[in-house]
Design a binder for this molecule. Structure first.
Ligand code: ADP
Length: 774
């Protein structure tokens, strides 16, 4: 026994009793790398597992020499032969292990580690034919899921133990093929589904290794290229998408109804779409670059300003501007095109300009139809204005004179001139001359002569109508419409009512004539007393120088009287003109007091009685009341009565009588001045109270005057709230009646007439100054 053990000790062995290890020699320990303690007490089955021969055989079952692989504690494979020797006792077994020469896989395939130092490639070495995993690196194990991603669980295992459903799998097929063909096998981007990682792609190689002419090992390499494949796939997908997009873009740009122009950084046109090639209004596609375009076409902005090169759309796009819907007008061969342009620059990732894109739309038709619509709207508006304007408008055809259109105003006017004209709608196509009662031949000739021969734009004529008994003046403007052959085809007649203007003109004429008369009157009235004064003065000067003064003393006295009277006359005229202008401007004021009008009138009559008598006339005062207190300006009332008496004297015949009467009419008091003089023709009665109005001088004039007196009288009476009227008969005399309101004013005292007589005499002298003879 001892001998045996000694002899046996030269070879590694393991001793078991009842399949439990009781002894291992040091060679065995050296070979396996485990310690003695790790073996002792373990069952043969457990030892099979420790040495990883359980995939091949269980120690218990080995009877004679058995070749297989064992694995050291460091999981290194050793190719060995195991032989079993049964000892005396049936249950005692001794296993001898003989290591084959160069069996260390590690040493044999050391180069493999150096080959794949990329840290990614998985390497495995398998035995043939059992495909036991003899050597493996970490990267290889990464391809396996738990528990096979750990070396202790994978090494020594047959492939079918590691790979699920190995039979008939691709892995089996590949290994079988390599073994049977004896040739290496490479597969790129081999796809398999990994539970955890999902779809995985690997570059796979299986290389057979021959030993003594027989395949003994398979070296398997595996490299995960999933990322590469996926990114390539995504690049391919992207490229595919880009391609599709390009295709789509091409279809869009080619089929779009806008013009697309692309130019590069050298200002060269690089692309025109189909629209611009085939249909765009001008042959831009024949242009090579932007410069070319500038020479051929002139572009204008919306305000009609020429767009210069530095402000051009292409230049702005070059400068990086994005242009949206910019409206321009392009002039091509004297035709204006309206274009809406959008543009944008395109840059590369470095920010360099690569190309500019312009999209242009021809909106000429839209603009023109907009214009047409605008014109139509304007025409409609014009039509509406013409229909309702307060100026008559009639359109008729020429030479037929058929009414085409007549507006409301013209129709209304026509109805007044010609009530039988019919309804507005019935007038269409009726004869213009018949409706307006115009002599066609004469009128047409006259109008045509002016319009065609003289080439006047329009012809004016004037017509007078009597409408409702009143005169109506109309200015007619004849505006022709010329046809293609330059012949008049239509006439528009515009009737402007000039009645007010004509009347105002006539009034003005009258006023001017009156003014002329006034000047003549006033200057005559001013000159007359001046001449008298001047000539009288000359006469006295003559007497004085020739010492004739004394001998002509009577004449001198008369001359002095004449000078005095003419001075009064001068004063009267000036007073009247001043008062008249005061009344006109509102500065003439009454100085009211409550007075006995009977007394005032009687006093003034008495004051002039002598004078009247001296003129060979009689004056009589009569009243039906003694006293009537009314609010009045006594001085002005005296002037009025003096003025009326002065006129009565002036226009009386010798022996004539003047009656001044007062009549109490309760609410009013009437003062009348009646004479038996020459009277006034009925036709002048309305006018004599007007300013500067006189009865025809040639017939009536036996006194001086300029027609201011009665107008002043009337104004002063009206300021008192009264009225004046006249009744007269030529040859029998006149009566002037003043009605004054019989009312007193509060807070005004009754002022007894205490006028200084001299004042009154002065007033009489002034008022009577233009009485020369009767
Ligand atoms: P005149 O200063 O000219 O007298 P008046 O205004 O006093 O101006 O009178 C206007 C005209 O009225 C007179 O010129 C005269 O023709 C006429 N007239 C006025 N009073 C009488 C009258 N009593 N009898 C006849 N004619 C008169």
């Amino acid at each position: 026994m001892k001998y045996t053990l000694k002899k046996a000790a030269e070879k590694p062995f393991l001793y078991s009793i009842n399949n439990i290890v009781t002894l291992v020699n040091k060679y065995f320990i050296n070979l396996t790398g485990f310690s003695e303690n790790e073996f002792i007490g373990k069952s043969l089955m457990e030892i099979s597992c420790m040495l990883k021969i359980d995939s091949q055989v269980c120690l218990e079952n080995i009877e004679s020499d058995y070749s297989c692989y064992i694995f050291t504690k460091k999981n290194e494979a050793r190719e060995i032969t195991i032989s079993c020797e049964r000892l005396k006792s049936k249950n005692e077994k001794k296993y001898f292990i003989k290591e084959k020469a160069n069996s260390s896989i590690k040493e044999k395939f050391d180069f493999v580690d150096q080959l794949y130092t990329d840290g990614k490639t998985g390497v495995a070495i398998r035995s043939v034919p059992d495909l036991i995993l003899l050597k493996v690196n970490e990267n290889y194990m990464d391809f396996f899921e738990e528990p096979f991603n750990k070396i202790e669980n994978i090494i020594g295992k047959k492939q079918k133990e590691i790979i699920n459903r190995y039979e008939s799998s691709t892995a089996e097929e590949l290994c079988t093929t390599v073994i049977s063909n004896g040739k290496p096998y490479y597969v790129k981007e081999f796809q398999y589904d990994c539970y955890k990682r999902g779809t995985t792609y690997c570059d796979l190689s299986i290389v057979p290794i021959y030993v003594q002419g027989k395949i003994k090992y398979l070296i398997e390499t595996i490299l995960n290229v999933t990322e590469k494949v996926l990114s390539r796939e995504s690049i391919e997908k992207q490229a595919d998408v880009i391609k599709q997009q390009e295709e789509k873009l091409k279809v869009i740009t080619e089929s779009m109804s806008d013009a697309l122009i692309v130019f590069d950084k050298h200002s060269k046109f690089t692309k025109f779409n189909k629209f611009i090639r085939n249909t765009f209004f001008f042959k831009i596609s024949a242009l090579k670059n932007i410069e070319d375009g500038f020479e051929k076409f002139k572009c204008y902005d919306e305000d009609g300003n020429l767009i210069l090169k530095e402000n051009s759309i292409t230049e702005r796009v070059f400068q990086g501007e994005k242009i949206s819907e910019y409206k321009i007008t392009v002039k091509v061969n004297n035709t204006l095109m309206y274009i809406v342009v959008s543009g944008a620059p395109i840059y590369n990732s470095k920010g360099d300009f690569i190309e500019g894109i312009l999209i242009a739309r021809d909106v000429t038709n839209e603009v023109k139809s907009e214009e047409t619509l605008l014109i139509k709207t304007k025409l409609d508006l014009l039509d509406n204005i013409i229909r309702n304007i307060d100026i008559g408008v009639v359109q008729y055809s020429y030479p037929e004179f058929e009414i085409i259109h007549i507006n409301n105003k013209a129709y209304n006017d026509l109805k007044q001139i010609n009530p039988e004209a019919g309804s507005l709608s019935s007038l269409k196509w009726k004869n213009y001359c018949d409706i307006y009662k115009i002599n066609k031949k004469v009128k047409a000739t006259e109008i045509m002569k002016n319009l065609i021969e003289k080439k006047n734009g329009s012809y004016f004529s004037y017509r007078k109508f009597i409408v409702s008994g009143k005169e109506k003046f109309v200015k007619l403007m004849h505006q022709p419409l010329f046809g293609l052959n330059n012949q008049i085809v239509e006439m528009t007649v515009i009737a402007i009512d000039m009645t007010d203007e004509v009347k105002a003109k006539n009034k003005m004429k009258k006023a001017l004539k009156m003014q002329e008369e006034i000047f003549t009157n006033v200057s005559h009235e001013l000159k007359t007393p001046l001449n008298v004064i001047f000539s009288t003065n000359q006469l006295m000067d003559f007497y004085l120088k020739n010492n004739l003064f004394e001998s002509n003393i009577e004449k001198v006295a008369r001359s002095i009287n004449s000078i005095k009277q003419n001075c009064y006359r001068f004063t009267k005229l000036i007073n009247n003109i001043v008062d008249l202008s005061k009344i006109e401007t509102g500065f003439f004021k009454l100085d009211l007091s409550n007075e006995n009008i009977v007394e005032i009138t009687e006093d003034i009559v008495q004051s002039v009685a002598e004078y009247v008598k001296s003129k060979g006339l009689y004056i009589v005062f009569d009243t039906d009341i003694e006293e009537k207190i009314i609010a009045c300006d006594p001085e002005k009332i005296e002037r009025i009565i003096l003025n009326l008496i002065s006129n009565a004297i002036k226009f009386s015949n010798p022996e004539g009588k003047i009656f001044v009467n007062i009549l109490d009419k309760a609410d009013t008091v009437e003062i009348s001045v009646k004479d038996t003089g020459i009277g006034i023709d009925k036709k002048y009665l309305n006018n004599i109270f007007g300013r500067f109005q006189q009865v025809d001088k040639s017939l009536t004039r036996n006194a001086e005057g300029c027609g201011i007196g009665l107008s002043l009288v009337k104004s002063i009476i009206e300021m008192h709230g009264g009225k004046i009227s006249v009744d007269s008969e030529v040859g029998a005399g006149s009566v002037f009646k003043i009605q004054l309101p019989a009312r007193t004013a509060k807070n005004l005292k009754v002022i007894k007439q205490t006028k200084i007589m001299n004042n009154k005499i002065d007033m009489i002298n002034v008022e009577f100054s233009d009485i020369y003879s009767i």
